[in-house]
Write a protein that binds this ligand. Structure first.
Ligand SMILES: [Zn+2]
Length: 519
């Protein structure tokens, strides 16, 4: 009975999605080929979604370089993965990945096998899975896996990544193997990535797309169709999702940068992980919520933290992955009394991953008034979008989407019952990774190119999955004294009586930053 209860609670939020049939995922046996960064991401995402059985096949053992206490302080090289914080030297990489993914969802049977996947004979140990993720940058492995799958009519989701470019494509055995399919099948080898290191941001986004493709194969919803062409996430392109390489990226350190992130939910779990992998100097996470069982299907770092506070639990977990980042949880809901913190602090970027326009409008006001860049993200189960505001360079959220009006319209002073919203990990991971790519451009455009001036929109059912929508190019709200000074009078009533009876709701952010230094 206890087991059944866990099952019902854990998938509660994704089962609210119309047409969702968890039993189809639970009945699926998935194989992951690879033991580097993409395999890490695919394993955690597939486990969170609840594939019944996951087996990971790949080479390599844990060396000192994988363990956080020995990592080179400046390099932050996570190209081989980030799930090794409980491993010991000599363990296999695949079993270390499996061990953490198993903690993220104990209902999944998950195991790792240390094998060389570059010869087809070795692949017999896979024993005909229902679907295969090929996550290596190894041509020989891609060829062996695709041949193995072709002979057995098993679908393959092939993904590869370099430091700044990721690609994904699908072999679907249900389709007739005509010239188009043959060409696609051959393109899935991704020769250009052979032997390259897998970069964090594109690995995160492409892995999320990969797991959602598998979900569409196993459990299609509505008119879901799997990818019929290669999809790309490319930080070297000024359009991000095509194969142009018009930006010359230089690698630079973000260790002197401070980010304040508001929200530690599904999207916040993804962005915070990315900041840690990128090695930002200081990350302050603000959230007043505590962790519930129904969060676990998409808030991957809270697997053993039910009942604890999100901001605190997230900082504790992330510190294990990269102990060099200064992490500060602030346990409160942000409000007008936090203005001082933005006025005084040397925050380089505000990142909001909250689920309400009221908070977004307030943060947009602080960003405008104190000329601090702001990145905003929001998701639904099958879509999501991200917006970027750099004062003087792009338009603020109010000019992009009428944020103040949306906040006023959605304000319901007497409502206290909130219906549970459907939510799932994949859309949060795609939008989170997109935001991470733009973070570098905001913090260091000389090295990473200019941030985009468009709204990034992800729609799971559209051909190219992610697209950029034109928006107001720029605005001068940061110089508009009248708007900035009159804002609180117009909007302030939205934030009255905020806070309930939790003690930390009244903590000022400046104070919060001080009292919670360190984890
Ligand atoms: Zn504006």
């Amino acid at each position: 009975m206890a087991e059944l209860e866990t099952l019902i609670n854990r998938y509660d939020r994704q089962e609210l999605i119309q047409g969702w049939d968890q039993s189809k995922l639970t009945g699926c046996k998935a194989a992951i080929v690879g033991s580097d960064l993409m395999a890490n991401f695919v394993a955690t995402t597939a486990a969170s979604l609840g594939f019944g059985s996951i087996e990971i096949f790949g080479k390599g053992r844990i060396t000192k370089e994988h363990l956080s206490q020995y990592r080179h302080k400046e390099e932050h090289d996570y190209s081989e993965g980030f799930l090794y914080f409980e491993a010991t030297e000599g363990d296999t990489k695949t079993s270390s990945i499996a061990s953490i993914a198993k903690k993220m969802n104990s209902l999944v049977d998950i195991d790792g096998y240390c094998i060389d996947t570059t010869t087809k004979k070795n692949l017999d140990v896979m024993a005909s899975p229902d679907i295969i993720f090929e996550c290596t940058n190894d041509m020989a492995s891609k060829i062996a896996v695709l041949e193995y799958a072709y002979e057995r009519d098993i679908p393959v989701i092939s993904l590869s990544a370099s430091e700044n470019t990721g690609k994904i494509g699908v072999y679907d055995p249900r389709k007739e193997f005509d010239d188009d399919q043959r060409r696609l099948y051959e393109n899935l080898m991704f020769q250009e990535f052979d032997g390259q290191k897998q970069g964090p941001i594109v690995s995160q986004s492409i892995s999320a797309l990969a797991v959602d493709e598998a979900r569409k194969y196993v459990m299609p919803i509505g008119n879901d169709e799997m990818l019929s062409d290669i999809v790309i996430h490319n930080l070297e392109s000024s359009e991000r999702f095509d194969d142009n390489h018009d930006i010359e990226l230089k690698r630079s350190s973000l260790k002197d940068k401070t980010i304040i992130q508001i929200g530690a939910g599904a999207l916040g779990n993804q962005t915070a992980l990315g900041f840690i992998l990128a090695g930002v100097g200081k990350l302050c996470i603000v959230d007043d919520d505590d962790i519930e069982e129904t969060n676990l299907n998409r808030q991957l770092w809270f697997y053993d933290d039910v009942g604890k506070l999100k901001a605190e639990a997230l900082c504790v977990k992330l510190a294990r992955i990269n102990p060099d980042v200064q992490l500060k949880p602030v346990l409160k809901r942000i409000g007008p009394d936090d203005e001082q913190a933005f006025a005084e602090s040397d925050v380089d970027l505000i990142v909001e991953t909250v689920d309400n326009n009221k908070t977004r409008a307030l943060l947009n006001h602080f960003a405008t008034k104190y000329k601090i860049p702001l990145m905003s993200g929001g998701t639904s189960p099958s879509s999501g979008q991200a917006m970027i505001y750099v004062p003087g360079k792009s338009a603020c959220l109010d000019c992009q989407v009428n944020m103040d009006k949306m906040a006023l319209d959605s304000y319901q002073p007497h409502s206290c019952i909130h219906a549970a919203e459907p939510s799932v990990i994949t859309s949060n991971q795609v939008i989170g990774a997109f935001m991470l790519g733009e973070t570098r451009t905001i913090l260091d455009p000389a090295s990473y190119g200019e941030p985009i001036h468009k709204v990034a929109k992800y729609v799971a059912g559209e051909d190219l999955r992610v697209k950029l929508l034109a928006t107001e190019y720029t605005c001068s709200c940061h110089e508009d004294k009248e708007k900035v000074e009159g804002w609180m009078e117009k909007m302030g009533h939205l934030y009255k009586n905020e806070g309930g009876d939790k003690r930390w709701h009244r903590v000022n952010l400046v104070e919060g930053l001080r009292i919670s230094s360190g984890v």
